[in-house]
Design a protein around this ligand. Structure first.
Ligand SMILES: [Zn+2]
Length: 417
């Protein structure tokens, strides 16, 4: 790690600043005290903007981008086939230790901010914030709020006891929902996650099943909004649950696989984001590793997503990048960009979804998501030109330099170290 003391000038690279504006060949970014002081064409940089002792780092042949933002991860989950029974049997401390290398992998993939939608508590955020662990800046939901038998209820059919509180916080009816949302806020949640439908991996429900009903979700969004505007993200895959969640005022529909025109109209009207988690949707289930029922469900919902998500993108629903890494393999986060392009986005649109649009969804657009003067110095230097080949960003070896708050966490070419 290199501290933020010496000003650094990255120059001679292709600059894509995250705003969606024209890329700049021979772009430059000046970083000082953890913030971006200046960004633009190298030729326009004039003293006294450039402090005399600044270290000049030539990044020819590379692209300078904002640090990426993944709006949907689970650091507590292993990536790949998820066995809830195994997770439930694991000592809590081991679950937390296992999250540390996953956070590092995520940062190395070019993700400098991540929203954890269930499983990671405020301690994960604080461990990163304090410098104890390298990782992306975290926003945590602590646990998913779920109705009995819903997507976050992982008890076996014969079990009448407590649900694992890390996996899902049970609540039924508006009164219990009030208490549940206050409970996760008390534990330091930055955002709230609700189960608006069943899911692919939960054994006793289905993506077409409703989770919380509209009145339950509305109660949750109202309480959350009253806590400094905390936003609610809804796990919503089937059509009915997507509509319930959007009508109840959530900030984002997560997955949204069966999104249709009625939901799209409402989302456009309200500015609701879609986080399509295509990395997970496109991960083929391994028939050797997953149960037959899970295999069938997964294949079916993959095809639903492939039919519906491109239509939502074509119609201009706001999209923020999220992967569900933890269900998908950790560190593969930026593969999502190519999947978004496959669904009809331009490469520049996909980059915006992973930077400025994601920052908007997280309520952090004033701090991160673009390379503009005054923003935090979250910067990625990637090999090649992603506008000519977006898939390259999905390969962590092409992410040569990662800086967060001006501190260098990855520097494969030894440019700064
Ligand atoms: Zn998830």
């Amino acid at each position: 790690m290199t501290g933020p003391s010496t000003p650094v000038l990255l120059h001679n690279g292709l600059l894509i600043d995250g705003t969606g504006g024209e890329p700049v060949t021979d772009g430059a970014v000046l970083i000082e005290d953890g913030f971006i002081r200046w960004a633009g064409p190298s030729g326009e940089l004039r003293l006294p903007a450039l402090p005399a002792p600044a270290r000049r780092i030539d990044v020819h042949g590379h692209t300078i981008l904002p640090g990426f933002i993944d709006c949907h991860v689970h650091m507590a989950a292993p990536g790949g086939a998820l066995s809830h029974a195994e997770l439930a049997a694991m000592p809590a401390s081991l679950r937390i230790f296992l999250a540390a290398p996953r956070m590092k992998l995520t940062l190395d993939a070019g993700v400098t901010t991540a929203r954890d939608l269930g499983g990671a508590d405020a301690g994960h955020r604080e461990a990163v914030e304090s410098g104890l662990l390298p990782g992306p800046r975290l926003l945590v939901a602590v646990a998913m709020l779920t109705p009995t038998g819903g997507h976050g209820d992982f008890r076996a059919a014969t079990d009448n006891g407590e649900n694992d509180p890390v996996m899902g916080h049970l609540a039924d009816g508006p009164t219990e929902c009030r208490r549940a949302v206050r409970e996760v806020l008390r534990k330091g949640a930055d955002c709230v996650k609700v189960a608006a439908t069943g899911g692919v991996w939960s054994p006793t429900d289905h993506p077409d099943d409703d989770g919380f009903l509209e009145d339950e979700i509305r109660t949750i969004t109202e309480i959350a909004a009253g806590h400094r505007g905390t936003k609610v993200a809804a796990h919503a895959q089937g059509r009915g649950g997507i509509l319930n969640a959007v009508r109840a005022g959530v900030a984002s529909v997560e997955h949204g696989y069966a999104i249709d025109d009625e939901a799209i109209d409402l989302m456009l009207e309200r500015g609701t984001f879609l986080v399509p988690t295509l990395t997970t949707a496109n991960t083929d289930p391994d028939p050797q590793k997953v149960a037959a029922w899970a295999y069938e469900k997964k294949k079916h919902w993959q095809s639903v997503a492939r039919r519906h998500i491109p239509h939502a993108i074509t119609r201009g629903v706001r999209v923020a990048m999220g992967t569900d890494c933890g269900i998908a393999e950790h560190g593969t986060n930026l593969r999502e960009l190519a999947y978004l392009v496959d669904c009809g986005m331009t490469p520049m649109g996909a980059i915006r979804a992973g930077t400025s649009e994601a920052a908007e969804l997280l309520g952090l657009a004033h701090e991160i998501g673009t390379l503009e003067a005054g923003k935090r110095a979250d910067v990625v230097v990637a090999r090649g030109n992603p506008l000519a080949g977006i898939t390259a960003l999905g390969e962590p070896a092409n992410i040569r330099l990662v800086m967060k708050d001006g501190v260098v966490f990855k520097d494969l070419d030894g440019r700064v170290a």
